[in-house]
Ligand binder design. Structure first.
Ligand code: VG1
Ligand code: CO
Length: 543
C-alpha cells in the first residue's frame, strides 16, 4: 500500500468555534476540505508514533465517508491504532469515556451536535485530547493557523475498512479496532448509578418517555433503559438513528422536541420525560406537565448528589458557564464548596476537572455532566434524575418546588434569534457596548444597573485568558441580562439573549418564567434596539 502526498490550497475558514469546526455538508464535500483540517490536526497535536486514537461520530450524513478518509490519513501519519465505534458511531460522551478508559492519545468526534443533518444540513469535526475533553483554545487556534498554511496532506491508498463488524483490521501498519459503541459507556453508567434502585422504580410502574430524536442516543437508551433497567419498550421514542435525524432539528428544547413535550403535557402523561441531541451530550428534563430549566437541573443534581452512588461522598466543587443561572452558586454556598464561572463551551471545564477542583459542571443550553468524562453527557443527566427520583419517590415538580423553597428561584430564560445577517448582529452588539460607559447606576424600571462588561476569563489552572465571551449587564439585585453571538452556527448569525432574575418569594414560584421576566425582557429589547436593527418582533426559540 502506498502513501500519497496530495496538494491542498490551504483554507482560511477552518476556525473551530464553541465546539469544533462546523460547516455545511457541501463545504466539507469540497475537494481537500476535510483532509486539510485533519492534516492540520495531526500536524498540530503531533501524535506520538504508534499511539492510539479514538474515532466516531453521531451518524449524521457524511459520517461514514469522513471516517474512511480519516482512517487512511491516520495510517499515513504514523498512528498505531484507531478505536472506531461500530458503524462509525460514538456519542460524544461515549467517545470521551473510551478515550479515558483505553488511555488513548485523543480522538476525533464527527458531529455538528444539535445542528440539522442530511445533505443540505451541517457536518462537524472536533479534536479531543488525552483527558477525553475538547482541545483547549490554544490548540484549536494553532490548528486554524496551520490549516491556512497547509500545502499538502498524506493519505494511504487502500480499500475501505468494514465498519459494521466488530473486529481488528490492518490498514497499512496501523490497526483499526471496530469496538462496541455502547458497552463501555453503559458499563460506566452502571458504576455511577444505583441500577437496582432505578429498576425497582420501573418495576413499581413508574413511566418515562425518552426521545432520542432519531439521533445517536437511540442504541444507548435501548441498552440502558430497556435492557439493563427493565423499562417497558415504549419508554423510548425516535430511537433509530437516521443520517438526517428524520428531517428534524435534533436540539432537545421546548421548540424542537415538541413531540415529546406534547406527550408530557398531555392527558396520559408519564411521570418523567427526557430528550437528547444529535451527538448525545445534551439533555432536556421534563416532569408531568412540568419543564425543568437546565440551570435548575444542575443546581438540583448538585444539591442531591449524595443520593447517587458515584457522588455519595460529596462533590469537590461545581462550575457553570457564564450565561448559566446562579442557581448552582446558591447550592455551592450552602455546601461550602467552590463554584467557578467559565465562558460558554465545555472546553473550559476540563482543566478544573483535571485539577480535581470541580465534580459537576453545567450550561444553560441543556448541558450537564461530571468528572466521569470530559464532555457534557445527556444520558448521565437523565440517570441522575432517575436515581434521585428512585430515592426520593417524589414527582419532578415536587423536587423542583422544594428546591426553590429552600434556595429561592433563579428565574431564567433564553431568547434566540437565528439566521440574522452578520452585519445586523454585529451592529447590535456594538450598539449595546457603546452604552456601557453611561449605564452603571442608571435605574431601568425597577432594576438599577450595577455594572456592565464584556466577560473575560482567566483559567485558574494554566492562566490562559479568553476575552469577548459575552456582554453582561448586571443589576444591583443580582438580576442579569447577557447577550452573545453563537459560535456553533454555520450560516448567518444567531443572537442569544439570556435573562435571569432572582425570586425569593415562594408565593410567586409557581408563576411562568416569561411572566416573571416580562419587565427584564422589555429592558433587554429596549437596550439592544433589537426590533429596529433586525426587524424581528419575536425570537426563533425561547427556552
Ligand atoms: C452552544 C451552547 C453552548 C454549548 C455549545 C455546544 O454554543 O450555547 O453552551 O456548549 O452549543 O453544544 P453557542 O456558541 O452556539 O452558544 V453541542 O451540544 O453543540 O456540542
Ligand atoms: Co451536542
Amino acid at each position: 500500500m502506498t502513501i500519497r502526498t496530495i496538494s491542498t490550497p490551504g483554507f482560511n475558514d477552518q476556525k473551530p468555534g464553541t465546539s469544533g469546526l462546523r460547516k455545511r455538508v457541501k463545504v466539507f464535500q469540497q475537494p481537500h476540505y476535510l483532509e486539510n483540517f485533519v492534516q492540520s490536526v495531526f500536524d498540530t497535536v503531533q501524535i506520538p508514533a504508534g499511539a492510539t486514537i479514538v474515532l466516531g461520530g453521531d451518524g449524521r450524513f457524511y459520517n461514514r465517508e469522513a471516517i474512511q478518509v480519516i482512517l487512511k490519513m491516520a495510517a499515513a501519519n504514523g498512528v498505531g491504532r484507531v478505536l472506531v465505534g461500530q458503524a462509525g458511531i460514538l456519542s460524544t460522551p461515549a467517545e470521551s469515556c473510551v478515550i479515558r478508559k483505553y488511555q488513548a492519545f485523543g480522538g476525533m468526534v464527527l458531529s455538528a451536535s444539535h445542528n440539522p443533518g442530511g445533505p443540505e444540513g451541517d457536518f462537524g469535526i472536533k479534536f479531543n485530547i488525552q483527558n477525553g475533553g475538547p482541545a483547549p483554545e490554544k490548540i484549536t487556534e494553532a490548528i486554524f493557523e496551520r490549516a491556512k498554511q497547509l500545502r499538502e496532506y498524506r493519505i494511504l491508498e487502500a480499500a475501505d475498512i468494514e465498519l459494521d463488524q466488530l473486529g481488528t483490521y490492518a490498514l497499512g501498519d496501523m490497526q483499526v479496532e471496530v469496538i462496541d459503541a455502547v458497552r463501555d459507556y453503559a458499563d460506566l453508567m452502571e458504576e455511577i448509578f444505583d441500577f437496582a434502585a432505578i429498576k425497582a422504580l420501573f418495576a413499581a410502574g413508574f413511566r418515562m418517555k425518552f426521545d432520542a430524536m432519531h439521533a445517536v442516543t437511540g442504541p444507548y437508551a435501548r441498552e440502558i433503559f430497556i435492557r439493563r433497567l427493565g423499562a417497558p419498550a415504549d419508554s423510548i421514542m425516535n430511537a433509530n438513528p437516521l443520517p438526517d435525524f428524520g428531517g428534524g432539528h435534533p436540539d432537545p428544547n421546548l421548540t424542537y422536541a415538541h413531540e415529546l413535550v406534547e406527550i408530557l403535557y398531555g392527558a396520559q402523561a408519564p411521570e418523567f420525560g427526557a430528550a437528547s441531541d444529535g451527538d448525545g451530550d445534551r439533555n432536556m428534563i421534563l416532569g408531568k406537565h412540568f419543564f425543568v430549566t437546565p440551570s435548575d437541573s444542575l443546581a438540583i443534581i448538585a444539591a442531591n448528589a449524595t443520593c447517587i452512588r458515584g457522588y455519595r461522598d460529596g462533590i469537590a466543587g461545581v462550575a457553570r458557564s457564564m450565561p448559566t443561572s446562579g442557581a448552582v452558586d446558591r447550592v455551592a454556598k450552602a455546601l461550602n464548596i467552590p463554584c467557578f464561572e467559565t465562558p460558554t463551551g465545555w472546553k473550559f471545564f476540563g482543566n478544573l476537572m483535571d485539577a480535581g477542583k470541580v465534580t459537576l459542571c453545567g450550561e444553560e443550553s441543556f448541558g450537564t455532566s461530571s468528572s466521569h468524562v470530559r464532555e457534557k453527557d445527556g444520558l448521565w443527566a437523565v440517570l441522575c434524575w432517575l436515581n434521585i427520583l428512585a430515592v426520593k419517590r417524589l414527582s419532578v415538580e415536587q423536587i423542583v418546588m422544594a428546591h426553590w423553597r429552600e434556595f429561592g428561584r433563579n428565574v431564567y430564560s433564553r431568547l434566540d434569534y437565528e439566521d440574522l445577517p452578520v452585519s445586523q448582529a454585529n451592529q447590535l452588539m456594538q450598539h449595546v457596548t457603546e452604552q456601557f460607559t453611561h449605564l452603571p447606576c442608571q435605574q431601568l424600571g425597577s432594576y438599577r444597573v450595577h455594572a456592565c462588561d464584556n466577560f473575560s476569563y482567566t483559567d485558574p489552572i494554566d492562566g490562559s485568558v479568553s476575552r469577548n465571551q459575552g456582554l453582561r449587564i448586571l443589576f444591583e439585585d443580582g438580576s442579569r441580562i447577557v447577550i452573545r453571538l453563537s459560535g456553533t452556527g454555520t450560516e448567518g448569525a444567531t443572537l442569544r439573549i439570556y435573562l435571569e432574575a432572582y425570586e425569593p418569594d415562594t408565593s410567586r414560584h409557581a408563576l411562568d418564567a416569561q411572566e416573571l421576566l416580562k419587565e427584564l425582557i422589555k429592558i433587554a429589547l429596549n437596550l439592544t434596539q433589537l426590533q429596529a436593527i433586525t426587524g424581528r418582533d419575536k425570537p426563533t426559540v425561547i427556552t
